[in-house]
Design a protein around this ligand. Structure first.
Ligand code: ADP
Ligand code: MG
Length: 674
């Protein structure tokens, strides 16, 4: 057996205790050690004091001028002070809390000290004394991410052992052509230089190659997944084109070119026997719902059921109200399945669904509960899909035999992130808004200018405008000082006695929520005070003003979603952000919001401001985490690696000519990319 695949327990110095500590770091085998890469490096290049900048970390080479002095400061704190003779200059060097160093140095000894340079005082705060073999040897130290149980030194020793033992067994998973094309290091060199580079340039080259390797293997895995899905047999939906045309002509608008394009892609997928796996991206208000509705209708004309899952009850209600009458014109039956049904209602409805008496089913997560059975599920549409976890999506999909899947999202995903999140899906894009939409003008005001907002609202209300006012909290909180919906509601009732004001938040019952939404829709309510329950999907075309209080509490994507509730009709629309941002990022967000209404630009900015880790907030699970590469900072490299992987699979679907790559991506044990 090869050493590389063996457990770390076989290495010198590893007992059961260290073994389990290593396992916590994800290190199980010798191979894991080889691929346990450092986080950063300390450059231990020897410098003369004349070249060094203030506070720079440098290595000084010199001779110890006199024995070290140890000072005890109490609380176990110590200072060890020594003088180092460098080019005839005597430099004071102070080490904090390393009392043992006193014994380690003797006068006259030649030595290398790594530390932080103080230019004004011409002194060094010592970090460590470098081993003697460092006098001529490697001058870059790798720093590893680790926990308290496995010290850096132990890790380095073990990695050294692993390399001595098994480096020759390492093979190259990447095709040679790519190595040449992108000047990548051989796998063995990547490992050697990642861990023990002789200089920073070697470390940089190794890291570059390691990143590409990581991105490429990840992409290849995605391509393989996509291939595997393609070979699943799904349902081929022979929809009735004539009926579909009739439905489209019955609308009181015609589809935009982008909607038409997306629909064509979707219908083509549906007609094929392999299951559709498509993500429909379109900015807020671009008209995704109608595209989904037409696809659902098509599935029904082919003799299947179609479901539409949405994250909130309000949204389910809204879609139901809009789509049911539209579909009824063609004898298509639609029902609503949410958690607010009584047990009896639910039982009846489930029976009818199972019997196939409903063609289209719209609902929330209730759609995939255990007791829900479909007669002939052909198409699953998930709206605002980023609100659902991977498990929920899967559960719904398993309600049929490989039904077609259409995911929709209004949170535009920057291109490179789309690869990492949705690489195994096909993408359709609605990149234009329906004609006649009003620009939304966005203002940002501080709280002390709230008077202006009141004035503006008064003016607009006279002209029959409808207004959303969003607050971060429902009720008064003793803990945080933020606007709350209940207070704001009361204030607005007092302020505008002639206007009807409504209140909507997540703690109200479904029936209450529905009544309020209906009243707002019918323009019986002029001002709707709400929490973010209205964030996604709500469509009230006459509403033209969105006021967000404490806007700094919301991410850019969320603010964009909120703003997307207005500008849907003929009225000139406004978004007013009220906020006293307390940090730079919040301030930036406010500014960007006033500068653009393009969801893609905002998403890109959001990403830059927040970093990729946190893009969707905490709702999303099952995301890839790269160890070395950063999908944002290294976006271009990721893109190239992805294109190369796709290319490879196009030319050699089964990877016949790439057995090593194939075993790498088929066997999770043999690589480090997830
Ligand atoms: P989103 O993509 O944000 O889900 P919706 O599907 O809610 O957007 O559509 C927003 C509004 O635009 C709805 O009132 C819808 O009826 C309308 N709409 C959709 N497509 C068109 C179109 N081609 N022309 C005009 N209005 C449209
Ligand atoms: Mg929508």
């Amino acid at each position: 057996m090869q050493a590389i695949g063996q457990s770390v327990i076989h290495l010198n110095g590893v007992g059961p205790k260290l073994q389990s500590a290593l396992a916590e770091l994800g290190i199980i085998t010798v191979r894991d050690l080889l691929y346990y890469f450092p986080r950063r490096y300390e450059d231990l290049v020897i410098k003369s004091t004349k070249e060094a900048n203030d506070q720079e970390k440098i290595v000084l080479q010199g001779v110890i001028a006199s024995p070290a002095i140890l000072k005890r400061l109490g609380n176990k704190r110590t200072l060890t002070i020594m003088r180092l003779l460098v080019d005839n200059q005597s430099i004071p060097v102070t080490f904090f809390n390393q009392p043992w160093l006193k014994q380690k140095v003797t006068a006259g000894q030649e030595i290398l000290i790594y530390g932080q340079w103080n230019l004004a005082k011409q002194s060094l705060t010592g970090i460590k004394i470098l081993a003697n073999d460092n006098l001529t040897g490697a001058s870059v130290d790798a720093i590893y991410p680790t926990n308290k149980k496995v010290p850096q030194k132990t890790l380095i020793k073990l990695i050294k052992q692993a390399i001595d033992l098994s480096l020759t067994e390492v093979v190259d998973p990447l095709p040679v052509v790519l190595q040449q094309k992108y000047q990548l290091l051989k796998e063995q060199n990547i490992i050697k230089w990642m861990h023990f580079p002789e200089n920073l340039e070697q470390a940089r080259l190794a890291r570059r190659s390691a990143k590409f390797r990581e991105f490429f293997l990840y992409s290849a895995r995605l391509c393989q997944l996509k291939n595997a899905k393609t070979s699943d047999l799904g349902v081929s939906e022979q929809y009735n084109e004539e009926y579909v045309q009739q439905l489209m002509s019955s609308l009181d608008f015609s589809l935009t070119a982008a909607q038409q394009r997306a629909l064509t892609e979707i219908l083509r997928d549906m007609a094929q026997s392999k299951p559709m796996n498509r993500l429909l991206q379109g900015d807020v208000g671009s008209g995704k719902t109608i595209v989904a509705a037409i696809a659902m209708f098509a599935a029904v004309t082919a003799g299947f059921q179609a479901v539409l899952m949405v994250p909130t009850e309000i949204l389910a209600q809204q879609h139901f109200k809009k789509l049911a009458p539209l579909l009824a014109k063609f004898q298509v039956t639609t029902t609503l399945l949410t958690s607010s049904l009584t047990a009896k209602q639910r039982k009846q409805r489930l029976a009818a669904i199972q019997a196939g008496r409903y063609n289209c089913i719209i609902g929330t997560q209730a759609l995939f509960q255990k007791d829900v059975q479909y007669a002939q599920l052909g198409l699953v549409v998930i709206d605002e899909q980023h609100r659902f976890g991977v498990q929920q999506r899967k559960a719904l999909r398993q309600k049929g035999i490989n039904p077609d899947l259409l995911l929709m999202t209004a949170t535009p995903i920057p291109r490179t992130l789309a690869i990492t999140y949705y690489g195994e899906m096909d993408l359709s894009l609605i990149d234009e808004l329906p004609q006649g939409r009003q620009q939304i003008t966005t203002f940002w005001l501080r709280f002390n200018k709230l008077g202006q907002v009141k004035h503006f609202l008064r003016e607009q209300l006279v002209q029959k405008a409808q207004v959303f006012v969003v607050a971060p909290l429902i009720a008064d909180s003793s803990k945080i000082d933020l606007a709350n919906a209940q207070d704001i509601y009361q204030k607005l009732v007092d302020l505008f006695p002639n206007q009807k004001v409504g209140l909507l938040h997540g703690q109200m019952t479904t029936i209450e929520k529905e009544q309020i939404m209906t009243a707002f829709q019918k323009q019986e309510i002029a001002i709707l005070v709400a929490t973010t329950v209205i964030e996604v999907g709500i469509d009230v075309p006459n509403a033209s003003i969105m006021v967000v209080l404490n806007a700094e509490r919301f991410g850019l994507s969320q603010l964009h979603q909120l703003r997307g509730r207005v500008g849907r009709g003929q009225r000139a629309s406004y978004c007013i952000l009220v906020s006293d941002p307390t940090n730079k990022i919040a301030l930036q967000r406010m500014k960007i919001m006033t500068q653009t209404t393009d969801g893609f630009r905002l998403a890109q900015k959001d990403l830059e401001l927040r970093g990729s880790g946190d893009f969707f907030g905490d709702n999303q699970s099952g995301l890839p985490a790269f160890k070395i590469g950063d999908p944002v900072a290294d976006a271009k490299m990721l893109d190239i690696a992805y294109q190369e992987a796709r290319h490879l699979f196009q030319s050699d679907q089964k990877l016949m000519d790439y057995p090593i790559l194939k075993s790498y991506i088929s066997n999770t044990q043999t690589n480090n990319i997830d």
